[in-house]
Design a protein around this ligand. Structure first.
Ligand code: KG4
Ligand code: ZN
Length: 355
């Protein structure tokens, strides 16, 4: 089947065409517009501006994705869109657009969970994973460890009790005077720094022995703030304190993520790791996970770098995989809603239903 995917949950408008052939996914065309520059002046995403920009971008991007795929809309079998979680107004743009296109073409629609899109995005890579696996979902809004036994079979093993890993990167970057979103900028600055120059907390690490796979990053942000304020007040602090603090922050986040992912593999007995979400693009995280997984003899899979952050391809891919697995039947009643808060575990179906 060939599916159009539309992603508008936050500050990226993504449109893509994905098809499947005997269980193998093909990314036929994709187009993306990032609103980062527009929101930069405000230091974060302005929901109303995000919605309006999605309205402006989505149809021109549709034309680019179709042209790249060398198909017309008639070749589509279904239209998928991000139903949630995300910003309500932004989600409504994608959902309404998908509904209008589907209705005009008399084709069915498929609502997709944004995090399931991230989770399944490595299936678009040249080396797709096999089930079962542990998934480390690290995005701007979520940090979760899941046991994934099949498509639509998701068990939450642990999650953040406060900030997400991406949020920890972004908020620390802001404290260091870097732009928005700060993750990539902090990672770039960190390459020039010495991580051992600052001692930062590794929250909830002590709970590992009791099997606690939850995360907490709010304390780290406070520690970064305290160090940054002290350095700014100290005239003889070495010039490189910003780079050193960036390196120490990145290392603290990475070490916690790797330790918990490692424990999740050990506790669940699932000897394969899949990493997804924007922070999955982080080089230090990839290097540390590669080492840990090599030691554990557990293969590790990442999405292609350009598919780590939000995009339409992962939404189309998740829709195709769910439809091919018989979990979702695309609907043609042309009614839609959005779900700004939507736990991924609600997308889990009982194994008996998956036959
Ligand atoms: O998955 P995503 O696009 O957003 C959500 O669905 O929430 O991820 C965006 C997050 C931002 O917090 C961004 O700073 C972070 O991913 N990010 C990175 C890197 N690239 C993106 N964080 C650290 N290192 C990177 N290279
Ligand atoms: Zn995302």
């Amino acid at each position: 089947m060939r599916v159009l995917g539309i992603e508008t949950s936050c500050d990226e408008t993504g449109v893509a065409v994905v098809s499947s052939d005997r269980g193998v996914l093909h990314l036929e065309g994709q187009a993306l517009h990032s609103q980062v520059q527009m929101h930069e002046a405000y230091g974060g995403v302005v929901p109303e501006l995000a919605s309006r920009d999605h309205v402006r971008r989505v149809l021109p991007l549709l034309n680019v994705a179709l042209a790249q795929a060398q198909v017309t809309v008639d070749a589509l079998d279904a239209v998928a869109f991000t139903r949630g979680p995300g910003l309500a107004g932004a989600l409504l743009v994608g959902a309404a657009t998908a509904c209008a296109i589907a209705a005009a073409l008399d084709k069915p629609m498929l609502p997709v969970h944004h995090l399931e899109g991230h989770l399944l995005s490595p299936f678009l890579s040249a080396d797709p994973p096999q089930f079962p696996f542990v998934a480390l979902l690290v995005s701007g809004g979520h940090t979760q460890l899941m046991a994934v036994r099949a498509i639509g079979n998701y068990e939450l093993l642990g999650e953040t009790i406060d900030d997400a890993a991406g949020e920890a990167f972004d908020k620390s970057a802001k404290l260091l005077g870097l732009g928005y979103p700060g993750g990539p900028a902090l990672a770039a600055l960190a390459t020039q720094g010495d991580a051992s120059a600052f001692k930062l907390p590794r929250p909830l690490m002590q709970g590992l022995r009791q099997g606690n796979l939850d995360f907490s990053f709010a304390g780290l942000k406070t520690a970064v703030l305290t160090h940054a304020q002290r350095c700014a007040r100290t005239p003889d602090a070495p010039d490189r304190w910003r780079a050193d603090l960036a390196a120490a922050t990145q290392l603290a986040i990475v070490e916690v993520l790797v330790a918990k992912a490692r424990a999740a593999i050990e506790q669940s007995g699932l000897r394969r790791l899949v990493v997804a979400g924007g922070v999955g693009a982080n080089r230090l995280l990839r290097a540390h996970l590669d080492t840990a997984c090599r030691q554990m003899k557990a293969p590790v899979h990442y999405p292609e770098l350009d598919l780590c952050t939000d995009n339409g391809s992962m939404i189309a891919a998740a829709a195709v995989l769910r439809a091919d697995a018989g979990i979702d039947v695309p609907r043609a009643d042309y009614r839609f809603d959005v779900a700004p808060r939507w736990p991924l575990t609600q997308r889990s179906v009982a194994p008996a239903d998956q036959a």
